[in-house]
Design a protein around this ligand. Structure first.
Ligand SMILES: [Fe+2]
Ligand SMILES: [Fe+2]
Length: 155
């Protein structure tokens, strides 16, 4: 049996670690803009950030699915909107359109920082509520997606 605290620590710890890595990617991109680096460098940094976002969203959605998080559908839509935004910005850069540092900072704040603070927090609160623990106690150890949560809930 996994304790509620352990499940919370493992799941939230993984998300927080990836969030820290994402902060490094965003900082790297903003540094490139700040230093007026050539557009090819900005494109590379933006692609790196977008790829990083994609991988993180996949991780997060998988964890939410395992936990039967009721907000998954809405959360996934927000991830999609964010990905669309950053892919669009990569395309703009490819066309030679570079935004100001302020605009990039605002974009990152809105789509990434605030998303983590407000939206991802909902998932952390859900896990902390103990509902996830009842599902997780019967989940396969490798965390495969098909949990038998309903059975666990009744035990
Ligand atoms: Fe996240
Ligand atoms: Fe998220």
């Amino acid at each position: 049996m996994l304790s509620q605290n352990l499940v919370w620590q493992e799941t939230v710890g993984r998300i927080q670690k990836e969030h820290e890595e994402l902060h490094h990617s965003t900082a790297r991109f903003l540094d490139q803009v700040r230093q007026n680096q050539p557009i090819s460098h900005l494109i590379e940094a933006m692609r790196h950030l977008t790829q990083h976002l994609k991988l993180h969203f996949e991780t997060e959605e998988q964890l939410m699915r395992r936990a039967s998080f009721p907000g998954l559908h809405t959360h996934r839509l927000l991830h999609e909107a964010c990905m669309n935004q950053f892919r669009l910005e990569t395309d703009f850069l490819g066309l030679g359109q570079v935004r100001s540092l302020d605009e990039y900072e605002e974009m990152i704040h809105t789509w990434i920082t605030e998303h983590m603070r407000m939206q991802d927090r909902r998932f952390e609160d859900f896990i902390g509520s103990g509902v996830f623990t009842r599902f997780a106690s019967s989940a396969p150890p490798d965390g495969c997606e098909s949990t038998s949560g309903r059975e666990a809930q009744g035990s």
